[in-house]
Write a protein that binds this ligand. Sequence first.
Ligand code: EPU
Length: 418
Amino acid sequence: MKQIKIKGKNKLTGTIRISGAKNAAVALIPAAILSDEDVTICNVPEISDINSLEEILRYLNVKFSRATESIIINPKDMTNKEIPEDISRKLRASYYFMGALLSKYKKVEMYFPGGCNIGSRPINLHLDGFKKLGATVIEENDKYTIEAKKLIGTKIDLEIASVGATINIILAATKAKGTTTITNAACEPEIKNVCDLLNSMGAKITGAGTNTIKIKGVTKLKKGYVEVIPDRIEAGTYIIIGSLIGENLKIDNIIPEHLKALTTKLLESNANIEIGRDYVLASSSNDLKSVDVETYYFPGFPTDLQQPFSVYLTQTKGTSILKETIYENRFMHVPYLNRMGANIKVDGKELKIKGKTQLEGKMVASTDLRGGAAMIVAGLISKGTTTINDVEHILRGYEGIVEKLSLVGAKIEIREIK
Ligand code: EPU
């Protein structure tokens, strides 16, 4: 088990360069297998979710070479076979192999995906989409066999604007016969990034980034290239940190437009941030005031920043209501924050956060990826030392978090414990 220790209250100054987006990269790698030629993906983050996807590529005999920040994937000699349960369950994004293998081979056998335990996360909309395209789905003890004689383009109206279902249906429809139209599609920037790669490979997809996406099926995909967009959730986490304990902390290599929901709320609460062309400069402020926030689909306030933002709200004066509308159970970090001195009440889907409270370092745990990031934010602003256990969750999604924070002055270290 890995553990992070933080000695809090050190001002952070300097520059943090944001890495490629986890939630784009984890879809781009499965998308690449649709080609039979080289596909190059640049700005790939060094996180353990990517290592788990590489394990699937290796298992399916897909050749790839990884260099710093890039990966070249060549699926010419790949074999389609059942992806075992232990590999499927390592991460959520293993489910993108459903759409990709179905598209390429018209058959896929794999298990229910893994990912953070933040409530029931069904994949019914993915499966319904495959069925509408002409596939049959058999589920037995969490194992899915999805097969089609032919995939035929159709109209698919998503009941929920799900990121995963949107991408999986795009993957499955890319080589289908005719045109597929997805309405109420998710608009997250990661989806456009995936479509940009597929289009560079010869796919015919329009509308990505809006809620209506059209996919005109093609028979063959060739070599392709894409650069992973900057990780808006990693960036948002550091912007929150900078607003609490920064001194001109520059969060660099970002697309500010992707972070508008966060920066709007920060400015509303008097945060000391300056938004540049591709960076945000953040400094602490003694004058932060409470603000109400509700998570929502893009361009709304991202659920993935809800947990780090809950720590921010412990430092604002007054009572804030933070409502989670996407997941059932994304408040598991709250008891730890309260143990550190926060005053947070969980009321159904809402947090009632009373500030400002002085947090104190304690022994805590990372309950999930973003819950772990929240513990790091809390540790950095606390008096004394915070020890965070189970930090493997954090390493799934934040590239070099300990190194990045150390470089700007944080007293933070990671070690292996028994
Ligand atoms: N949903 C269904 N049925 C489905 C699919 C989704 O009911 O078939 C529900 C989910 O249970 C959830 C909501 O729809 O309540 C939205 O889920 P969505 O499918 O959009 O989420 P996801 O694709 O499983 C991705 C990210 C998440 C991020 C969400 C929302 C990846 C690998 N994961 O998940 O990232 O929270 O979109 O933006 O891209 C994270 O990075 O910490 C993380 C959890």
